[in-house]
Design a protein around this ligand. Structure first.
Ligand SMILES: Cc1cc2nc3c(=O)[nH]c(=O)nc-3n(C[C@H](O)[C@H](O)[C@H](O)COP(=O)(O)OP(=O)(O)OC[C@H]3O[C@@H](n4cnc5c(N)ncnc54)[C@H](O)[C@@H]3O)c2cc1C
Length: 494
C-alpha cells in the first residue's frame, strides 16, 4: 500500500488515527501547531515541574479498553499504575470514596445512606447491567450515526439479542432512572453523581443520556489509572510510533487554509508550505473550521457538523501548582473532586477536579514536591470582556484556593508555584476557540445517533476529537480517531 493521509492536529484523536494508519502501512504526515503533542492531554514544563495541560486520569487502559487495544496494535507498552481507590469526592454534606470494586463501592454508598439501601442497590444493579451490555459494543465499536451502507452493516452485525434491552432506555436520561429508583430527591447522592458526570459527560444527571451515563459511572470500575509522568505519554508513544512506521510528524505547523482541488486536499501552513493528499483527518477543534475552509466547502459539511461549528461548549479555568509536601500533613491524593455549592452549581469554582502527581513521580516533580492541576467548568460568556476576564480569573482562583484550604489544611502555604490557564490561554496553546474544551454535553440531543459523525460529508475529509462521536475524554477522542482510520484504511484495524 502506498496511499497517503494528512493528519492535522496531534491531539489524542489525530494521533490515534495517524498511528493506526502508519502501522497499517499508509504514508502519514502529521502537522501540529504547537511545540508539544497531545493538545488537551499534553504537557508543559516550568523549571523542574511538569504539568499536564488538562487530562490526568487514565482510563481505557484495562485489557480490551480502547487505549489498551491501540497500544497493543502499535506494540507500544505503557507504564501504568491501577488505582483501587479511584478518587475522593468531597461534597458539603459528605465525603465519598470512589472504590474500583463495584460491590465495595455500593456498600460504601449504602453506608452513607442506610435508609435508601434498597434503592441504591437497585439503581447500581441497573447501572452496572446496562453498562455491561453497552460495553459489548465497544469491541466491534460501530460508528454512529451510521452514514454509509458499510457502517449500517457494521452496526447491524454488532447487535445481539441482549441489546434489545437497551431500546426502552434510549430516550431516557439518568434523571429518569433516578426517579424510577426513588433517588431523585436524595440531594447529596444526586450531587455526587452530578459531580462525576459534569467531568466526564459535560452535563448533569437531569440531562445526560442514560446509556452513556451508565458507561461513565461504570468505567472507573473497569480500570482507572495513574500514568507516571502523565497522559502526555499516550501522545509521545503514538507520535514515535508514526515515525517508526515511516510517517512524518511536524510540530509548529499551524494549518491556516484547507482547500479541495481535483480530488486532492491541499493544506497550507503558517509558513506557506503546502501539503496534499486524497485523505485528511482533521483533529483541530471544530470551531476553527470556518476560518480554514471557504464558505462553499463549509456549506457541504454534514448538517450536525455545520451546526456544531456554531455551538459553544464549556470553557475552563485551570490552576497549575507545585507544592512542597513537607508543609502538608500528608501527601496529596492523586485524584479528588471538591464541590462547595450548597445548591446544584457545578461550575465557576464551586465544583472542581484536582489531580496531583504521586509522591516520587520524578518525571513530574523533584523529591518532596508534587505538581497539582485543578480545573473548573465555566461559561464562556462570563469571560467575554477584558474586565470580566480579569475579575473571573482572580475571583475563581481565590474561590478554589479557599475551598482546597478547607479540605487540606495549610495547602496555600505549601504552594511554591502557581499559574492559571484561562480561556484565552487554552485558545492560544491548543487552538480551542474561546477556550471551548471537553466536547459537547452528552445530552439526549447530542448523544449517540444525534452526535457528529467522523465523516465530514466531503469525500476524503474526516473529523475526529472530543466533539465527534462518541464524545469527550481521551477514550472518546481516540474512538473517533479509530473510526477515521478505519474509514481511510477500509479495514477494521483493531
Ligand atoms: C481541564 C481538562 C481536564 C481533563 N481531564 C481528563 C481526564 O482526566 N481524563 C480524560 O480522559 N480526559 C480528560 N479531559 C478531556 C481530554 O483531555 C480531551 O477530551 C481530549 O484530550 C481531546 O482530544 P482531541 O483529539 O479532541 O484533541 P485536542 O486536545 O483538542 O488537540 C487538538 C490538537 O490540534 C492542534 N491544532 C489546533 N489547531 C491547529 C491547526 N490549525 N493546525 C495544526 N494543529 C492544530 C492543537 O495544538 C492540539 O494539539 C480533560 C480536558 C480538560 C480540558
Amino acid at each position: 500500500m502506498n496511499q497517503k493521509a494528512i493528519v492535522i492536529g496531534a491531539g489524542i484523536g489525530g494521533l490515534t488515527a495517524g498511528a493506526l494508519l502508519a502501522k497499517h502501512g499508509m504514508e502519514v504526515i502529521l502537522l501540529e501547531a504547537s511545540s508539544e503533542f497531545g493538545g488537551s492531554a499534553g504537557k508543559f514544563k516550568r523549571k523542574s515541574y511538569l504539568f499536564p495541560v488538562g487530562a490526568t486520569l487514565g482510563m481505557g487502559l484495562e485489557p480490551g479498553g480502547i487505549h489498551e487495544r491501540v497500544f497493543r496494535y502499535l506494540e507500544k507498552p505503557l507504564l501504568i499504575e491501577p488505582l483501587e481507590t479511584v478518587m475522593e469526592m468531597v461534597h458539603p454534606e459528605a465525603t465519598f470514596t470512589f472504590i474500583k470494586d463495584r460491590q465495595r463501592h455500593v456498600d460504601e454508598l449504602v453506608r452513607h445512606f442506610p435508609d435508601h439501601k434498597k434503592n441504591i442497590r437497585g439503581f447500581y444493579k441497573e447501572i452496572y447491567q446496562t453498562a455491561a451490555i453497552v460495553r459489548t459494543l465497544m469491541g466491534p465499536l460501530p460508528a454512529l450515526p451510521p452514514s454509509t451502507i458499510k457502517e449500517w452493516i457494521d452496526l447491524m452485525s454488532s447487535i445481539r439479542l441482549q441489546h434489545s434491552q437497551l431500546l426502552p432506555l434510549f430516550h431516557q436520561t439518568l434523571g429518569h432512572r433516578l426517579k424510577r429508583h426513588h433517588l431523585d430527591n436524595l440531594t447529596p447522592f444526586r450531587q455526587m453523581l452530578d459531580g462525576l458526570l459534569i467531568d466526564s459527560m459535560q452535563t448533569d444527571s437531569g440531562h445526560v443520556s442514560f446509556l452513556l451515563a451508565a458507561v461513565a459511572l461504570d468505567i472507573y470500575h473497569e480500570g482507572a489509572y495513574y500514568v507516571p509522568g502523565g497522559l502526555y505519554q499516550f501522545a509521545e508513544l503514538m507520535a514515535s510510533s508514526i515515525q517508526e512506521n515511516g510517517g512524518v510528524v511536524k510540530k509548529r505547523r499551524t494549518i491556516t487554509k484547507l482547500e479541495q482541488n481535483d480530488g486532492q486536499w491541499l493544506a497550507t501552513d503558517q509558513r506557506g508550505n503546502l501539503y496534499s493528499a486524497k485523505n485528511v483527518v482533521l483533529n483541530i477543534p471544530i470551531h476553527q473550521l470556518p476560518s480554514l475552509m471557504a464558505p462553499d466547502l463549509i456549506a457541504k459539511l454534514k448538517k450536525p457538523l455545520r451546526e456544531g461549528l456554531k455551538t459553544p461548549t464549556w470553557t475552563t479555568l485551570t490552576l497549575y501548582m507545585a507544592i512542597d509536601e513537607s508543609k502538608l500533613q500528608a501527601p496529596l491524593l492523586p485524584f479528588r473532586q471538591i464541590s462547595t455549592g450548597a445548591g446544584d452549581s457545578l461550575t465557576e469554582g464551586e465544583h472542581f477536579f484536582m489531580s496531583a502527581s504521586l509522591p516520587g513521580d520524578s518525571l513530574r516533580a523533584p523529591t518532596g514536591f508534587q505538581t497539582v492541576t485543578v480545573s473548573t467548568h465555566s461559561k464562556a460568556q462570563l469571560w467575554n470582556t477584558k474586565e470580566k476576564y480579569d475579575t473571573m480569573r482572580e475571583v475563581l482562583t481565590e474561590r478554589i484556593l479557599k475551598a482546597i484550604d478547607q479540605v487540606i489544611p495549610h495547602f496555600r502555604d505549601a504552594i511554591v508555584h502557581l499559574e492559571t490557564g484561562a480561556p484565552k490561554g487554552w485558545e492560544r496553546y491548543t487552538g480551542r476557540l474561546n477556550g471551548y474544551v471537553g466536547g459537547f454535553p452528552q445530552t439526549l440531543d447530542n448523544a449517540l445517533f444525534n452526535s457528529i459523525s467522523h465523516r465530514s460529508g466531503l469525500p476524503g475529509l474526516y473529523v475526529c476529537g472530543d466533539h465527534i462521536f462518541p464524545g469527550g475524554g481521551t477514550i472518546g477522542a481516540a474512538a473517533s480517531g479509530i473510526h477515521a482510520a478505519r474509514s481511510i484504511a477500509g479495514s477494521r484495524l483493531i
